[in-house]
Design a protein around this ligand. Structure first.
Ligand code: SUD
Ligand code: ADP
Length: 266
């Protein structure tokens, strides 16, 4: 059985306060985009994960696919699976690829074994694996608050636009990005901003991670400038970086350093 876990971008991201548990409260719009991994499961004698495509750093036994399987295995009688992941979503990009794989695995196991887990229960499982993981269970545009796991569905259709994502040759650790941030209350309501024409977003929408991440990695700031110089209506770093996306009404291919990856026609 096969799924294609997709990436997300953040349209605006306000980190509003540090919590006593060390996490941060935030406000953001999470929007699904069509950069996709491929995830397949087959019955097997033992739990196994084979990864093709991009290399994922860290212990394979700590991969979010394995952690998602083990989480459900605690509550359901699941036969061992051979999980095959084709990794295409860039890693450490702010695109939520790991969380998306984990959520897709929860959905796959629920479907394959007819577990009948409710959407809200699947979201609860996903929340245990990552702050933004629950978003990928339903994969609809949402206004997210809390630590990124409390959702309000929103109407937002960007099909009339071209979204372009560029991943430079740097990676940003989400944990470090949060360590360096100084939380502040937001002055705009993102749900109101996204109701306005995309061309107005530049004046009204910010990603709070940009200040510190751009200072540490000026190439990311350069990429955002490049998007605007190519005619983007709105451009931003996604999440805690390092990818940058542009929203265009017409798009001229951008010249980029050879080691940058570009995802077009999204
Ligand atoms: C920044 C965001 C914005 O959508 O996306 P990415 O850039 O990772 O894609 C998310 O908040 C990332 O969510 P996620 O990637 O699931 O984070 P987690 O694995 O739960 O946490 C990684 C680390 O970031 C910090 N963290 C995460 C979320 C949060 N609201 N406050 C935090 O302080 C914690 O130190 C945690 O140990
Ligand atoms: N299936 C997975 N895909 C990507 N990263 C994973 C996965 N499982 C665990 N990870 C770990 O999560 C970290 C960040 O993952 P990712 O979700 O790609 O980035 P981001 O938080 O920037 O969106 C990686 O450094 C990796 O070690």
């Amino acid at each position: 059985m096969l799924e294609f876990p997709n990436a997300k971008i953040n349209l605006g991201l306000h980190v509003t306060e540090k919590r006593t548990d060390g996490y941060h409260n935030l406000e953001t719009i999470l929007f699904p985009i069509a950069i996709k991994d491929a995830l397949e499961i087959h019955d097997s004698n033992e739990l196994e994960l084979t990864i093709n495509g991009a290399e994922i750093p860290g212990d394979i036994n700590q991969n979010l696919c394995i952690r998602a399987f083990k989480l459900l295995e605690r509550d359901y009688n699941l036969p061992a699976q051979h999980i095959t992941l084709l990794k295409n979503i860039p890693i450490g990009a702010g695109l939520g690829g790991g969380s998306s794989d984990a959520a897709a695995l929860i959905n796959l196991l629920d479907r394959k074994f007819e577990l009948g887990i409710s959407v809200s229960k699947k979201m609860q499982y996903a929340s245990l694996l990552g702050s933004d993981c629950a978003f990928f269970i339903e994969n609809k545009p949402v206004y997210a608050t809390g630590i990124g796991n409390v959702f309000e569905e929103i109407e937002l259709d960007l099909k009339a636009f071209k979204i372009v994502v560029v991943m430079p040759d740097v990676h940003v650790s989400t944990e470090n990005a949060y360590k360096n941030i100084v939380p502040r209350k937001s002055d705009v309501n993102l749900r109101d901003v996204i109701k306005q024409p995309v061309g107005t977003w530049k004046e009204n929408m910010r990603n709070d991670f940009e200040a510190t991440v751009f200072a540490a990695h000026p190439v990311i700031a350069d990429l955002k400038d490049l998007m605007y110089s190519q005619g983007a209506l709105f451009a931003s770093m996604s999440g805690s970086g390092a990818s940058v996306f542009g929203i265009f009404d017409h798009y001229v291919p951008i010249k980029l350093p050879a080691n940058y990856k570009i995802y077009e026609n999204l």
